[in-house]
Ligand binder design. Sequence first.
Ligand SMILES: [Zn+2]
Length: 160
Amino acid sequence: MAKRKNSKQVEEAWNGFSSYLTSKGLRVTGQRRGIFDAIFNQKGHFTAEQLLARARELDDTVSRATVYRSLPLLVESGVVREVDVGHDNKFYTINLSSEIFKAQVVCSDCEKIFEIDAPFMEWYGKTVSQNLGLDVKDQRLQVQAECPEFRRQGTCLKQA
Ligand SMILES: [Zn+2]
């Protein structure tokens, strides 16, 4: 089982997301709550399909279309962020504002994603942009690497 996030943080995130929906004239539905809860049941990074499977375990009325329509809203409202690792599949992860900047390290063979704290990146972005008089909107650091399995066996068990 995935470790549960602190429930106060989850409720705060839910309040933020439901007021975002309301501000957009969108309804706060049971399906959207189901998807939201599924996100906070996920561990690490997930694809839309993984999220759909998890949401259906919690609420079997959740449709694929609702998941695909909800993800951009969840990104825009800041509940999750997209993790672009340069592959066809988009990955998502929970975006807690209290979190320190994360850098993605991706195994170049099995595509497993590792995240490491990279607080210096935040400093870097702020310093550079302050010098230029700009506001940072987004920044990312991606590192290609070989996972332990790759090092041991020269290949990885591919992820399903
Ligand atoms: Zn690997």
